[in-house]
Design a protein around this ligand. Sequence first.
Ligand SMILES: Cc1cc2nc3c(=O)[nH]c(=O)nc-3n(C[C@H](O)[C@H](O)[C@H](O)COP(=O)(O)OP(=O)(O)OC[C@H]3O[C@@H](n4cnc5c(N)ncnc54)[C@H](O)[C@@H]3O)c2cc1C
Length: 488
Amino acid sequence: MPAGLQKTRLISELKTLLPPASVYHEEEDLRPYECDGLSAYRCLPMAVVLPETIEQVQQLMRCCARAQVPVVARGAGTGLSGGALPLENGVLLSLARFRNILEIDPLARSARVQPGVTNLAISAAASGFDLYYAPDPSSQIACSIGGNVAENAGGVHCLKYGLTVHNILQLKVVTVHGELLTIGSEALDSPGYDLLALFTGSEGMLGIIVEITVRLLPKPASARVILAAFDDVTRAATAVGEIIAAGIIPAGLEMMDRLAIRAVEDFVHAGYPLNAEAILLCEVDGTAAEVEEHATSVAQIMDGNGATEVRTARDEAQRLLFWKGRKAAFPAVGRLAPDYYCMDGTIPRRQLPAVLKNISELSAKYGLPVANVFHAGDGNLHPLILYDANRPGELQQAEQCGSEILALCVAVGGTITGEHGVGMEKINQMCFQFNSPELTQFHAVKAAFDEQGLLNPGKAVPTLSRCAEFGAMQVHGGRLPFPDLERF
Ligand SMILES: Cc1cc2nc3c(=O)[nH]c(=O)nc-3n(C[C@H](O)[C@H](O)[C@H](O)COP(=O)(O)OP(=O)(O)OC[C@H]3O[C@@H](n4cnc5c(N)ncnc54)[C@H](O)[C@@H]3O)c2cc1C
């Protein structure tokens, strides 16, 4: 059937299933949905639909499955790997109207919420019970909990309290054929395969998440943040490893390098030392006695690694200001150049000094400044590669630089993503993270839920032929990237 006719038929059918005002198909209505946080890639979908009930999601999935039309789910569109990038021949299913907190159970310490609720709204609603939701992506004022589950989002607190996957109990999911599944349970364990873990981080490729039960934690009695400045990035990186080795699990352990510090200071005026090559922000929380003991040990470790300055936030207002700077680091760096490309790789902590050195060499090689601001305690790097898309070839250079950084992460025993997902951005890099039999198993899992490949096709899991093509492009003369690094 010609594409135009297919579109007309689909839209008129969708309008019979949903209120007409919930189906967008004119270009000016589609434009706001053309990209997610990875704005280098844009595409207009055939239609955007904004259902309001689970039944509507079920009907629309059945309709799209019958018509063989692909569906891309979208939460708040803050994803940084192109996971919610629409498809030209597909429907974009926005969960923006699923905005209710359905129940907070202070006894079970859980909350049942709709997927479009923002991450921060959950903690705000639980606050009256002295509870909060621990995973705290820096985008938490905007990103949706459905998007957090689909990306297995992380944040500053995840070092101590775990990623999204460790903080959810149950999901309701609509399958590609419109069936409603309940996976996980409100109890601490559930029998059978762990589908809850499988869906967490599945990037909209296995089903549409329509309800989430999250765990809530008691707010810590006390918290303190220590800021340490270093005149050498390597020393800061070494201090990170030593803090954890000392048996302290901070509630946050973040690093920023010179470029990031200056950008943040200019934007937020958080009081960061401008002459430092790197700063660490280390938060300890717990009882007052625990906090006192850990804060003293952390300060000693910072000193022992040659910190040029160690400062403890004098009060709650300064603690929040230190964190405000960190949380605003991405937009702050965004003011330095017309565009930036945010990478997200994870490495074993002990590799931090060597990898940061390699990243600065890659920055010099490509002639593109790189600002580092990241979850150092988890070894989760976020090199922000600055470029100008208006300069011919610069986007490609930034992508190539990013690809080399990810290859470096894998070479030292790490992964190509820590929390931002694969999406379409890192699909090629999946080829050096996993071998063919492993990718074949991923495809088998996908087929078990979505045999026709209608849910977010072309994202997250590359085809084997794509990998063959990419491999041919990457390995020149049989030489591996970073041949001097030990392989695991
Ligand atoms: C400034 C900034 C800072 C950030 N900091 C962090 C950080 O610290 N930690 C972190 O982890 N991430 C961070 N991110 C990335 C992003 O906010 C997270 O990936 C977030 O989880 C995406 O949520 P979203 O609602 O915007 O999802 P979207 O971008 O809309 O979608 C993301 C993916 O989830 C799928 N999806 C969305 N909703 C559903 C659903 N209901 N059912 C099935 N699939 C769905 C989409 O198809 C897509 O594949 C940051 C982003 C920005 C812009």
